[in-house]
Design a protein around this ligand. Sequence first.
Ligand code: NAP
Length: 517
Amino acid sequence: MCITRDERVTVVDGGVEQAKAGSGERLERYERLYIGGAWVAPQDGGMMESIDPATGRAWAIVAYGGARDIDSAVAAARAAFEGPWGRMAPHERAALLRRFADLYQRAAPELAKVESRDNGRALRESRADAGGHHTAYHWFASLADKQGGRTIPLDSAVHAYTERLPIGVVGAITPWNVPLMAACWKLGPALAAGCTVVLKPAEQTPCSSLELAALFEEAGFPPGVVNIVPGYGANGAGDHLVTHPGVDKITFTGEGATAKEILKRGADTLKKFTFELGGKAPHILFADADLDQAINAATGSAWALCGQSCALGSRVLVERSVYDQVAEAFTARAAKVRVGRPLDEATHMGPQASRAQMDKTLSYIAKGNDEGARLIAGGAPAEVAGLEGGYFVQPTVFADVSNDMAIARDEIFGPVAALIPFDGEDEAVALANDTAYGLTAGLWTRDLGRAHRTAARIRAGVVWVNTYRYLRWSIPYGGFKSSGWGRENGMEALEPYLETRATVISTTGVFPDAYAS
Ligand code: NAP
């Protein structure tokens, strides 16, 4: 029996929380975790606030789980894996996922709003993103019954074959910049593969993930297949999931430094890991490109998600003969970006997701100035009338950046573009690859040969030619070098959630005595 949103999420405008909120604003309350198919109060967690980054004040009170809650969630996931979910035929799992996808499509506009409240992303962006996720879930569903093994040619005395089997209980840990997309890219393939999941969203953005739980419930998933437990990372639910002996695999999206810590903490249990980590993508503009289109893509991707995207084209490499023209276009475009309240239809760019993220961005802007880059747009907090407590930053552009400056090397995760000049293909490729990261890259040229030559030399998991940030569930996504391990999406999507079993059968049953002579 599923409970309605009004039963799960209550709205209060009084008491302690209102005082915390500061000005009599109404607060949403998500007071339950979703474990074993039930909405339960935390055992050893508690209640935390989700801050609206547009105001700097709480907009929701949310239950978070502790170690005992993770224990319960893992036990429920194990029981489902060994019980009804494990026994279900792949096409039946696919049918449930498809039902969920249809419910998701219906709920997408509301989910997008919740995401924008949680992380400040402009509604037009969250809506476009969430509006496509149901298609992704359908795609993953379509892979559920196509994970066959193979027969291995041997002689007639032996018959050998392989099977592809779900890995077991998956711990999914997601970041705050794209909670719904990250959940989709993990839950979809994990469930299609036949795994069960405990999802821990980032502490800053737990609400949209809890909304998903209601859709899984309504779709009729057996209890325990999906468990959603918001919580803290290093000292809470996240770490307990990583170290838990009952978890077979961790799929993680977040920062490289966190991934290294997770790897160390998870080592004792020798579980499997997939890591989707950061990027510092080169976006190469050759002089022969259709520059109007290239500038649309380069400016669009520089400030998407307020700069908080792993695929951001934040290192804009521009051929010297068109460098000044591109720099002027960046300055002009920055002036057109409407920074404002995330839920306003007119807003292009909302605030940074947290005060810490805003402070980090501003500290990198200071470094850019100190290192001698030329600031040609932005460079300061943005003022938005009526939202003085919000974490807004101006779209910012530095020209005359060299690739060894901190603003060119580090993932800032803010709306800061660095324009770097180059001469010729070889230098473009050398600069593009001179980074610890290797997630995405873009290049613009009208020369077909150059497009192929350059794309083939770039060390990144995705290379876009004459387009940028074209993300689809059917295209594999993931990083080279420090940008991660493994791939999400594409035909490869289920791979991280499967084990191979080889079965070898003698057709004669004859086994020689090793000690006969
Ligand atoms: P993060 O700080 O690494 O946190 C990600 C998640 O890990 C959060 O849920 C966090 O919980 C949890 N966590 C932190 N420490 C942990 C620990 N020791 N054990 C277990 N869990 C732990 O990353 P973020 O700042 O949220 O996200 C931004 C990063 O994600 C950027 O680097 C971005 O490039 C990357 N990203 C990559 C992709 C991709 O597909 N490659 C997509 C999106 C984002 P708390 O919330 O409690 O800290």
